[in-house]
Design a protein around this ligand. Structure first.
Ligand SMILES: Cc1ncc(COP(=O)(O)O)c(C=O)c1O
Length: 398
């Protein structure tokens, strides 16, 4: 049975699958059917923050599976309440709405922002997003995603959305006015190659949003839950968001997203205004709660910061030695390595050497390793990574 061929025969071809079949996943490693072991440097695109099959997460899931798998949002759910309580206690937020995915957390935020706008004026429905942003694939999320390559085939999009250039304060000032209800930002843009918002830009954004009563929606679907070395990426700045979206690692490997809202927005959405069948599923919540408990612990936060310092130091040293590396960007364990035309070659060579790398925006190696990856495994990655630069250099010069 050739699973890769069957996949091509029966599943819509919307992904560029890797040419390997994974039969087992444990910690920071994936195993294929030939017995090969691969070091996972992108953790399911920032989902598996505790690596694969973390024992505490599995234990929490097993416990929940004995109680129920789905009851519907007509019933209260203990793991969901505990997870919401945890998120609220560690953030600016006072309440949470749970979804299945990131893009649905964005949809919920668009609806919240529009309804908030209407409480002030019927014209206050405009939304601003930044160039090269990524906010999801549903029509609302796609409209906010300021990248023509994702949008072109699906026009027309949602009306009332303005795009401004990332980190361009002049453009931001021009776009902000009383008709804007919200601006959606990623503190660090993930999909477009780990692009960090500048401090000056964020400070101006804080000022303008107060002046024009514009909600700041921090899309932390990728940056959230310790990925950047703080539990939330906004903690690196002076910004306190009005709304924050989470997904990816929130469910500890199961589909779970969330919209966190500040106290003043708690009553905007009323019963019946918004909903979802599966959002906040008890099994995903149990897995998410076990994951969050570990990710939000002081020791884990310290550990990630130390590993980040270690990795950045080693990568910067590589950059000094290999001209192919143009820039290293990011924070925590969300790192972009700009390598121009060599990105795919590096990814393929790494795969041959049993290291899984992710390329985003064509020229950037995006590192999103499990946050609990050991130093030994980080060193294995660094050695293999350097060996690839050595071989590219030799081939270029030889
Ligand atoms: C910043 C950001 N927002 C939204 C999304 C969409 O999330 P999902 O794929 O869960 O719908 C992603 C996914 O990559 C993301 O990185």
């Amino acid at each position: 049975m050739d699973l890769i061929k069957l996949d091509q025969d029966y599943i819509l071809n919307t992904y560029k699958r890797l040419p390997i079949e994974i039969v087992k996943a444990k910690g920071s490693y994936l195993y294929d059917q030939m017995g090969n072991k691969y070091l996972d440097m992108f953790a399911g695109i920032a989902v598996s923050s505790l690596g694969h099959l973390h024992p505490k997460v599995i234990q929490a899931m097993k416990k929940q599976m004995k109680k129920n798998l789905h009851l519907s949002n007509y019933f209260v759910s203990e793991p969901l309440v505990d997870l919401a309580k945890g998120l609220v206690s560690k953030s600016f937020a006072s309440k949470v709405f749970f979804t299945n995915s990131g893009t649905e957390a964005i949809e919920a935020s668009i609806k919240l922002a529009r309804k908030y706008g209407k409480t002030i004026s019927p014209n206050k429905f405009k939304i601003i997003t930044l160039s090269e942003s990524f906010h999801g694939r549903t029509m609302g999320g796609l409209t906010l995603t300021a990248q023509p390559k994702y949008q072109e085939s699906f026009l027309p999009l949602l009306p009332g959305i303005t795009y401004v250039e990332r980190n361009n304060i002049k453009e931001l000032r021009k776009a902000m006015n009383r008709d804007v209800c919200a601006i959606f930002i990623e503190m660090i843009q993930g999909e477009s190659g780990i692009q960090v918002l500048s401090r000056e830009y964020i400070d101006e954004l804080i000022k303008l949003s107060k002046e024009f009563k514009v909600l700041i929606v921090a899309d932390e679907i990728q940056t959230g839950l310790l990925r950047t070395g703080k539990l939330f990426a906004y903690e690196h700045t002076n910004l306190i968001p009005d709304v924050l979206t989470l997904a990816k690692s929130l469910g500890g490997g199961l589909p779970l997203g969330a919209m966190l809202v500040s106290k003043s927005l708690e009553d905007i959405l009323k019963a019946g205004d918004h909903g979802t069948t599966f959002g906040g599923n008890p099994l995903a919540a149990a897995s998410g709660l076990a994951t969050f408990t570990i990710l939000s612990s002081a020791i884990m936060i310290q550990e990630v910061q130390a590993k980040s310092d270690y990795l950045f130091e080693k990568l910067n040293s590589l950059k000094n030695r290999y001209k192919i590396i143009k820039e290293i960007r990011g924070k925590g364990l969300m790192i972009g390595i700009e390598v121009g035309e060599f990105a795919d070659k590096i990814k393929n060579e790494a795969l041959a050497k049993k290291v899984l790398l992710n390329v985003t925006n064509q020229t950037v190696i995006r590192l999103l390793p499990p946050l609990n990856m050991t130093y030994k495994d980080l060193d294995i990655f660094l050695n293999i990574f350097e060996s690839i630069f050595i071989s590219i250099n030799t081939n270029k010069n030889g």
